[in-house]
Design a binder for this molecule. Structure first.
Ligand code: SF4
Length: 351
């Protein structure tokens, strides 16, 4: 009854999205990876850009990593873009360009978790694997009065078992799209629309007044702080020049460009910042700059880290005689073509 009721609702009220009603696993995969990072409105723009720029998996495989990172710019979590690219290459080169068509083989792809594998398997190949995301946890925990803390392996097994019984095996694509849409449109995190909900008579949370207590969540992990001091180093003789650095360590923003960075273990007091800057410049270039301007402090939130970034503009009258090999000299106009983190993009666009 549940699946029939929710599919009926979906057929009349479901959202029309560019990756719905299609069975191209490549496009479905693209949409799912992008939507892990952002909301539907912004995700649609990225999806349309990717489909236009890389219309087939071979186009994506043939692109350079820098091109893919540039297309991804602004979405964050750049390892997802690198996985997307690596997986496209794997499918194009090792699997003859054919997207895997079983749940197990889809799940084996780099960067594909159980949610994404279930979404691709059900939307593209009509395989009865239920998707379980935040919307589904919320709707099902309220509807059935389940108090197991979500985000745990135990909860995943419990919800998967229940949804395995509920899913419409003939129309798993519609079933999955329906519960995702319904959860986000009616059974919202706060202010759920119980009065107009088609399940208000059978919903356990509604009947017991526990809508706001479900789902039970584990306390989130503490976010660590990191202190980034960026130096926007420039000179105009003999030519207009800015310096950038390619992040190639195993760390956040791998493969992206940024301004030369000094990372401190603890925050640097304002009065010490000029001194720290002079010291860095002497270490890198063997000489002090002609002018330093301490700029804005920007707080940038990542999933498990908070980046406290400070930007310092550093001017030299002439190009220093010694420049570290790790710093790349570019013309200022070239900056906009480089893939950069959202933090650097924010700084550059607000300058
Ligand atoms: S009645 Fe309210 S809490 Fe229950 S499923 Fe509907 S919207 Fe969610």
């Amino acid at each position: 009854m549940f699946s029939q009721k929710i599919i009926n609702w979906y057929q009349e009220n479901g959202r029309s999205l560019p990756w719905r009603g299609i069975d191209n696993p490549y496009y479905i995969w693209l949409s799912e990876i992008i939507l892990q990072q952002t909301r539907i409105e912004q995700g649609t723009k990225y999806y349309e850009h990717f489909v236009k720029e890389y219309p087939t998996i071979r186009h994506l495989a043939d692109a350079t990593e820098q091109q893919v990172l540039k297309s991804w710019q602004g979405l964050g979590y750049y390892s997802r873009a690198r996985n997307l690219h690596a997986t496209a290459r794997h499918i194009a080169h090792d699997l003859g360009g054919a997207f895997p068509c079983t749940y197990k083989d889809i799940l084996a792809l780099k960067g594909v978790g159980r949610y994404t594998a279930a979404a691709i398997a059900s939307f593209a190949f009509r395989l009865p694997y239920p998707v379980i995301d935040g919307n589904v946890y919320r709707l099902i925990s309220r509807l059935y009065g389940i108090y197991t803390p979500i985000g745990t392996a135990r909860a995943y097994r419990e919800f998967e078992q229940l949804l395995g019984k509920l899913i419409d095996t003939q129309r798993p694509d519609l079933f999955n799209q329906a519960i995702m849409d319904f959860g986000s449109m009616y059974c919202k995190p706060s202010g759920c629309d119980c009065d107009n909900c088609i399940f208000h008579n059978e919903c356990v949370a509604r009947q017991t007044g526990k809508e706001t207590l479900l789902p039970v969540k584990q306390s989130p992990p503490k976010t660590a702080e990191r202190y980034f001091y960026y130096f926007d180093i420039r000179w105009s003789h003999p030519a207009d020049t800015r310096l950038v650095h390619l992040r190639n360590e195993k760390d956040i923003w791998h493969g992206l460009y940024e301004l030369p960075l000094y990372e401190a273990q603890t925050p640097v007091a304002d009065k010490s910042l000029r001194w720290v800057c002079d010291e860095r410049m002497i270490e890198w270039f063997g000489e002090k700059p002609s002018h330093i301007k301490v700029g804005p402090c920007i707080t940038h939130q990542l999933t498990h880290r908070t980046i406290i970034a400070r930007f310092v503009t550093v001017n030299y009258d002439y190009a220093p005689s010694k420049i570290p090999e790790t710093l790349l000299q570019i013309h200022p106009d070239e900056l906009k073509y480089l893939p950069v983190s959202r933090l650097i993009d924010r700084y550059l666009s607000e300058m």
